[in-house]
Design a protein around this ligand. Sequence first.
Ligand SMILES: Cc1cc2nc3c(=O)[nH]c(=O)nc-3n(C[C@H](O)[C@H](O)[C@H](O)COP(=O)(O)OP(=O)(O)OC[C@H]3O[C@@H](n4cnc5c(N)ncnc54)[C@H](O)[C@@H]3O)c2cc1C
Length: 380
Amino acid sequence: MKFKNYLEEVKKFTNEILIPNETLLEDEGNVSKDIIQEIIDIGLFGISIPEQYGGAGYNMEEQILLTYEFTRASAVYRSRFSTTIGLCSQALLDFGTEEQKEKYLPGMAKGEIVGSFALTEPNAGSDALSLETEAIKNDNGYTINGTKRYITNAPYANVFLVMAKTDSLAKGSKGISSFLVDSKLDGIKIGETPKMLGQKGSVSPEVFFKDCNVGMDSLLGGKEGGGLGPALRGINHARLHVAGTCVGQAKRLISEAIKFANNRKQFNQSISEMPAIQNLIADSYSEMLAAEALTLKAAKEFDKGHIPETEISSAKYFSSEMVSKVADRALQIMGGAGYMEDNPITRFYRDTRLFRLYEGTSQIQQRNIARKLIKNEDQR
Ligand SMILES: Cc1cc2nc3c(=O)[nH]c(=O)nc-3n(C[C@H](O)[C@H](O)[C@H](O)COP(=O)(O)OP(=O)(O)OC[C@H]3O[C@@H](n4cnc5c(N)ncnc54)[C@H](O)[C@@H]3O)c2cc1C
């Protein structure tokens, strides 16, 4: 199918299936089996996976245009397939052996294999290099011990991409390796699902590895000491998708706010006729357009064949800060109704707060951007 037609199909799917079923996500605490099947059927698990491995093979610009559409609906839907299409499959694509790619990617593209990305730990958040999980070599492979925290989709995962120390004496990231760990293996326990401020229906519990034995074939790329390279490959892909998600969420917030403002009358006029309300709408729309353009620019750079880390960090930083402001203004437009739970704006207000925290906090994006610019002083 031509990309343009697929984009239209995803737009229709968002309007007719995803948005109307949104409230069930919080009530039921998950994305229902039926909706997951529809997400699989329409091919969203395969958008980032090359055709050679059974995916649709869309480039980053196309993936971002699709993200702008399907994230007009609750971000909980996206969360359910994001760890597979971004964090895990992209690290595999660039760093996996051919056998590993053949083993996992076709199943991921079909939504049959769910990937979950296990980097963060109780003592290693922004400072991922300080991770403590260990993978000790034995005669048949490795034994993994450690605790991972906030692991999205862990209860649904078929495979975890686990970052662990294989050499505790090595300096920097050289002592870290990545493993593809089958979720059914002995020695893996999933913790309680923590209650979250927003994105209710998405799950990010702890995962405990206790004497979990994995074979040699679990080592990503078959090489020890790959450092955080594979993790960052997945994270950079995910960061750009998060930027696109913030744009999609802002589009929805703006349209809901306008709908409300047109219908609410005070002082014998619709509040949308009041300049103070119009200013809120205009500020939100302008900032959303800026984020949309910035994210597409980063995507186009990505498609030239390198990872534009500074542009990606800028897009993620700006877009996530932007959507928080847009959500706050949308809620303000609703007055007291914005503080009540039965509307999408209040839900999106809570949901969008996450985007400034994961895939690197805003402070970490600022740090990345400034450090890169300072290092490459001559090239600015
Ligand atoms: C809902 C959810 C889902 C997640 N899903 C996953 C997942 O699937 N897999 C996974 O591995 N991880 C996941 N994470 C983890 C997420 O990426 C981390 O929470 C994030 O990187 C921040 O780490 P932290 O929470 O430990 O905060 P910390 O690193 O402890 O940061 C605390 C504060 O200090 C600031 N800070 C830290 N270092 C610096 C610095 N050098 N300069 C300036 N400020 C700094 C931060 O910006 C923040 O404000 C998820 C998190 C959440 C909340």
